[in-house]
Design a binder for this molecule. Structure first.
Ligand code: BG6
Ligand code: MG
Length: 218
């Protein structure tokens, strides 16, 4: 059987955590008097925690000391973890389990490639941790998406060539990272936003076994 590497992003692909990131960043932005709406939140998708705070400060024209920066990051994450703590299987996005099950039955390589330092906690909360042969997250990489490091590390750990890997991503930065890594990029979301992807699906309910079989046998 042909074995390909399927690398899943986490936030926005497996679970809809963007809403929790939004609430936590909004509270923090308000506390330092910076305007923050859903439009700004969109721009933080796939972006690391450090880079996200840098952007928020830039939007608000604020400069702060290094230790205040660290404090604000910790505050935001504590708030975010409060939301994560309430998560369970019901927060898994539609048909994610179906696609995972299909790939498991076909004996494909399954990895997680996420910018989040909370990825392992979240996967355990929604009871999907055991399905991932490899997990590469924000704790394991130096360069964030659009740098391909996270996906290349996942391919290496799966022991599968990058050209034989497929990435599921909801962020523009992530699609760019997958393309730079020479992997097949599959956007999950809006075609107009993810136009750099090789394929785009609004969500996994629209991805059938025919597509997955075609990609495995490609
Ligand atoms: C990405 C999210 O997956 O992880 C970003 O799309 C987030 O919004 C980033 O900033 C880092 O997450 P965390 O959990 O380490 O703060
Ligand atoms: Mg994402």
């Amino acid at each position: 059987m042909i074995k390909k590497g399927f690398i899943f992003d986490l936030d926005g692909v497996i679970v809809d955590t963007a809403k929790y990131h939004y609430l936590a960043w909004k509270k923090l932005a308000q506390s330092i008097d910076v305007h923050f709406s859903e439009a700004e939140n969109e721009q933080l998708k796939g972006v690391s925690r450090v880079k996200s705070l840098e952007k928020i400060l830039e939007w608000g024209n604020k400069t702060i000391e290094e230790d205040t920066f660290m404090e604000l990051m910790a505050l935001k994450n504590n708030d975010y973890l409060g939301y994560i703590n309430t998560m369970d299987e019901s927060e898994i996005l539609p048909d994610v389990q179906k696609v995972l099950q299909f790939l498991i039955e076909k004996e494909q390589g399954i990895a997680l490639g996420s910018a989040s330092k909370n990825a392992r906690t979240i996967l355990k909360k929604v009871d999907l941790f055991q399905h991932f042969e490899v997990i590469v997250d924000g704790n394991d990489v130096i360069k964030g998406k659009p740098n391909p490091e996270v996906f290349l590390s996942a391919a290496k750990a799966l022991n599968i060539q990058p050209e034989q890997c497929i990435v599921f991503e909801d962020s523009v930065a992530g699609i760019q990272a997958a393309n730079t890594a020479n992997m097949i990029s599959v956007g999950i979301g809006e075609p107009s936003v993810l136009h750099e992807a090789d394929y785009v699906f609004p969500d996994f309910t629209k991805m059938d076994s025919e597509f997955l079989n075609e990609i495995i046998n490609k």
